[in-house]
Write a protein that binds this ligand. Structure first.
Ligand code: ATP
Ligand code: MG
Length: 418
């Protein structure tokens, strides 16, 4: 029974940082649902000694290794020969595979198989081939007499994913711990710092034993990830339900979704349920808020449109803000953000007006209004709620956080409104 494996991703480009190791992440996510944990993830360059050492250590530690990369035809592809040498196996020409490759080249590329590609038909003695439906290099499964094994997959993500799903996962599933799975659930929050969420959860009812709680911050907010390991699917679901409930009570209505839902989609759903419509007025985000909302398919029954009111003249001419309001308070101010949200509603007839004005930086900050000062507002019939934020990060991050913040303010007001 396989409880844990190590992942070894191979390639100089991974160490240089030009390629991000998405293969390792993909494999980890694919193994969790069948109850196999990842004991360690390692990356090494295209160097036979490094590959051999890394595989040897992983076999000693964990006895089960999945590699990606270095199965191609070129001289920088050294995975197969390095690992075959470690297992003390010869490379043997697989005539059947060679014939298949020759055929493939003639049919697909209308030419003879290049001599270098012959190397891809070399298979370590006693290995099992893993079929590659998206490329020419087969994967390799190599196992020693103590049951320790290495599965070698291609580096090209599309080929790797296909082979993992078609060939390796079914093999691993047959050896996975019966009935045990690794399950995760994500609670999405925004606008509350990680440390504060942590405090609130600590102070609340204890989360059930057997559930790991992780805090994952990004510009979208903090995701609270709950994970159970080594339990049956039913037990996992019960534990996760209980943990989600306890945490929901502790942190209140800052959880806007479970899973990977986008806040924009959640806001649109809440509005659609209540037949509300939205118009936006954006200064420092320059259309980002409108783009976030309209990126969601089906948004047209909620979103009417908006104004990118970057310059003051546009704030005056298209949103009807009195010039004196801007002169007296500056464009980044409560009266202006309020007038923007109300103007967006008035000009479009939307039920909700959302507005943003702020200093996204890196220039333009003052002592009174430093970079990251952002005003947001949501206007409804009879009331307009404004909020001053002090956001951090670079220009992109400040703009993203501003758009996220005004959508969250709108979501809360809509939900509270019943
Ligand atoms: P090829 O036959 O194309 O040479 P290969 O199995 O030898 O395939 P590599 O040469 O290591 O694989 O990688 C091929 C490409 O796949 C790389 O250029 C890189 O863009 C991508 N790649 C490799 N490893 C990873 C990884 N761990 N995560 C994401 N992409 C990767
Ligand atoms: Mg290669």
């Amino acid at each position: 029974v396989i409880h844990a494996v190590e992942i070894l991703t191979i390639g100089d480009e991974l160490l240089l940082g030009f390629t991000i190791d998405t293969n390792g992440a993909h494999i980890a996510r694919a193994l969790a649902p069948i109850g196999i944990a990842i004991a360690r993830r390692t990356s090494v360059g295209d160097d036979p000694d490094q590959i051999r050492a890394a595989v040897s250590e992983a076999l000693d530690r964990t006895g089960a290794v999945i590699t990606t990369g270095g199965l191609g035809p070129t001289t920088d592809d050294r995975t197969k020969e390095s690992i075959a040498a470690l297992f003390g196996r010869e490379l043997i020409l697989d005539e059947g595979h060679l014939a298949w490759m020759r055929d493939r080249w003639r049919k697909r590329f209308d030419r003879d198989l290049p001599e270098v590609n012959r190397r891809q038909a070399l298979i370590p003695d006693g290995a099992r081939k893993l079929e590659n439906r998206h490329g020419s290099a087969p994967g390799i499964w190599l196992e020693d007499d103590r049951g320790r094994w290495v599965a070698m997959l291609p580096g090209v993500p599309r080929e790797m994913r296909g082979m993992l799903a078609d060939e390796l996962l079914p093999m691993l599933q047959a050896r996975a711990p019966a009935g045990a799975v690794i399950e995760s659930r994500t609670l999405r929050t925004t606008g509350v710092a990680e440390s504060r969420l942590g405090e609130q959860i600590e102070r609340g009812e204890p989360t059930p034993d057997g559930v790991d709680v992780a805090y994952l911050p990004s510009v979208a907010g903090v995701d609270i990830r709950l994970t159970t390991r080594g339990r049956s699917p039913r037990e996992s679901a019960e534990l996760l339900d209980r943990a989600a409930h306890v945490i929901g009570v502790a942190v209140g209505d800052v959880i806007y979704a479970e899973g990977n839902a986008d806040l924009a989609a959640v806001l649109l759903d809440r509005c659609r349920e209540r037949s509300l419509t939205i118009a936006v007025a954006e200064s420092c985000t320059g259309g980002l808020l409108g783009a976030r909302l309209t990126a969601i398919s089906g948004s047209s029954d909620v979103v009417l449109g908006g104004v990118v009111a970057y310059g003051n003249s546009v704030k005056v001419d298209l949103l009807g803000i009195p010039p004196a309001t801007i002169e007296a308070n500056g464009a980044v101010s409560e009266p202006v953000v309020r007038a923007m949200a109300e103007g967006a509603r008035a000009k479009t007839g939307a039920t909700l007006g959302l507005s943003i004005t702020g200093v996204a930086g890196p220039g333009g900050g003052t002592d009174e209004k430093p970079v990251g000062t952002v005003w947001i507002a949501v206007s409804q019939r009879g009331s307009t709620e404004c909020s001053r934020l002090q956001l951090w990060g670079d220009r992109d991050e400040i703009r993203s956080r501003a758009a996220q913040a005004v959508m969250e303010l709108a979501r809360r007001l809509v939900v509270q409104g019943g």
